[in-house]
Design a protein around this ligand. Structure first.
Ligand code: ADP
Length: 552
């Protein structure tokens, strides 16, 4: 049989594992891997910075329900992708990072771009590995995909020294482990499920919190069946949005604080009681609340709040068990009781409070009216990538999601700089969907050059940049004397021209009408476009009672 080199072998193994696309930045020693991947029929998307490749790979994982892959060169190329590894770790998303590294022969002689890459990746990874011989590659890639995907998902790093990538091996001497099967959906012990259902029946003020674990578990059908059969109020986390459509009558997002503070039983479905949910602590949570917690990771059960009933396993499987029991002996949350009435009144109050900002003709615009213009034209299956503190936070309450895994944002780590990679991945995985990348100008600054990738690959992403000229706020003009405020950028920046530089369409808008026209033209064009929305440098969020990063 013929000989094969390490690069071709890596590509062949990725193909065997069902990898459909590879994001990366080529150079020494990994260009051969990208070329070989293309020969295998894997789509190669070259990004401008390794961080975007890493973010795109994990978004591919989330959107496909598989393991996405990123490729970097050695040394600084690999370390550029570490934030992406950290983000995948924090969000419990699988991904495989393949990092080229200096020749083993020169690793201790000052080799080109030598770096402790394994050590750098290790804190954020479920597993890191380096093949000792080219023959080890099939096993390591299979184990990498398996480890990233099975159990609680997370990132894996495989280090690929240049001399292993270039080494030749007789194909006849190799064994291939074959593709990793999708994870088995573990059910919970029936007696614990019965206890959970019994506990639910005893609640007067139940609340179902749906997290992105439910989206990852593909549990939307089961969640809907529980919700529709019990009428339980539903509060999605930011990326849990869409598992139950935002316009479903059981959704109480507008009454979030009221719901958390008053619920006497929380069904926590694929979400963690971390900062996003205020650690499950007072004053945001009712100190008497009981919890039915469902999570793939048993070590998560009881974290911050003891679980009244903890169900470990796959959410889709466990919810199906609960549905079966509830169908045998139905139970409904009292639709005419004080709990539902209180929630409905709070939802109505919040919506009324929001209304003037949503229809305001004020120029310069604030956040709400332009978001409302976007909401009006988004199809129900649009993928909304959103990033930037205020732009993202406010967009959550204005832009609706109707399908699971249709919102990708700064997530569990509050990461800035991931959205462009997420948008690229969304357009690659779902070419049939409208993809918007809604970003604040601060967020866009982290990785804005990646719009070139979208133009080059003809990915019809609509980037929408809300420009207030700073972090949190900006200034209309820079002061002539004295130090510049620490949070401001160049006022009046024309980010749309960056898009035009690469042949995409650029739009600049100062009024709601201009934005409405720009959205229509951008969507109709089928091309990559960037809409720069100038908002007031001092535009504000609605006042909040509590800061969102603490329990206080
Ligand atoms: P959110 O940010 O939406 O609150 P988190 O990332 O904090 O969500 O939590 C998601 C949780 O879902 C994690 O604890 C993870 O272990 C869990 N999870 C992931 N996949 C599954 C699954 N298939 N079944 C059950 N739980 C899951």
């Amino acid at each position: 049989m013929a000989e094969i080199n390490g690069a071709a072998l890596i590509a062949k193994c990725l193909k065997q594992q069902g990898v459909k696309e590879l994001f990366g930045v080529v150079g020494i020693p990994v260009t051969g891997i990208a070329n070989a991947a293309q020969k295998e029929g894997i789509r190669y998307i070259g990004t401008r910075h390794e961080q975007a490749a890493g973010f795109a790979a994990q978004a591919v994982s989330y959107l496909r329900g598989h393991v996405g892959v990123a490729l970097t060169v050695s040394g600084p190329g690999m370390t550029n992708a570490i934030t992406a590894l950290g983000n995948a770790w924090a969000n419990c998303w699988p991904m495989l990072l393949l990092g080229g590294s200096t020749d083993l022969a020169f690793a201790h002689r000052g080799g080109f771009q030598v770096a402790p890459q394994m050590e750098a990746a290790r804190p954020f990874c479920k597993w890191v590995a380096q093949p000792a011989r080219v023959e080890d590659i099939p096993h390591l890639i299979e184990m990498g995909v398996r480890t990233a995907w099975y159990g609680r998902p997370g990132p894996v790093y495989i280090d690929l020294p240049a001399d292993i990538i270039e080494a030749m091996v007789d194909e006849a001497s190799l064994t291939y482990p074959g593709p990793v099967s999708p994870p088995i959906r573990m059910a919970a012990p029936p007696e614990l499920v019965a206890e959970a259902v019994q506990t639910l029946r005893s609640a007067r003020k139940p609340l179902l919190i749906v997290g992105k674990g439910a989206a990852w578990s593909d549990a939307a059908t089961e969640v809907r069946r529980i919700v529709d059969s019990t009428n339980i109020p539903v509060l999605p986390t930011p990326m849990g949005k869409g598992v139950v459509p935002d316009d479903h009558p059981s959704i109480v997002s507008a009454a979030r604080s009221y719901a958390l503070k008053n619920a006497d039983l929380i069904v926590l479905a694929g979400a963690r009681l971390n900062w996003i949910l205020h650690f499950g602590m007072p004053p945001r949570f009712n100190p008497e609340t009981r919890v039915i917690q469902i999570d793939l990771a048993q070590e998560e059960i009881g974290n911050n709040l003891p679980a009244t009933v903890g169900l470990t396993g796959d959410l889709k499987a466990i919810l199906a068990q609960m549905v079966a029991q509830l169908e045998e002996t139905p139970w409904k949350c009292d639709d005419r009781g004080a709990w539902k009435a209180g929630l409905a009144a709070e939802v109505a109050k919040k919506k009324t409070e929001l209304k003037p900002a949503l229809v305001s003709d004020e120029v310069p615009m604030g956040y709400f009216r332009p978001l409302q213009e976007i909401q009006k034209v988004l199809p129900r299956d649009a993928i909304i990538v959103s990033e930037g503190a205020s732009t993202m936070d406010i967009s959550r309450s204005v832009l609706e999601n109707y399908q699971p895994r249709n919102r990708l944002d700064a997530g569990s780590w509050g990461t800035m700089g991931g959205a462009t990679g997420f948008a690229l991945a969304s357009a690659v995985v779902h070419p049939e969907r409208r993809v918007i990348a809604l970003m604040g100008d601060a967020s866009f600054g982290f990785s804005g050059m990646e719009v070139e990738v979208a133009a080059r690959h003809r990915l019809p992403i609509t980037w929408i940049v809300f420009t207030n000229g700073g972090i949190v706020s900006g200034v209309a003009n820079l002061p002539k004397d004295g130090p510049l405020p620490v949070n401001v950028f160049q006022p009046g920046a024309r980010y749309e021209k960056i898009m035009e530089a690469f042949g995409g369409k650029g739009f600049y808008c100062e009024t709601p009408d201009q934005l409405a026209r720009a959205l229509r033209t951008a969507f109709d064009s089928g091309e990559t476009a960037l809409i720069n929305v100038a908002i007031a440098p001092t535009a504000k969020k609605a006042p909040q009672t509590y800061s969102h990063w603490s329990s206080r």
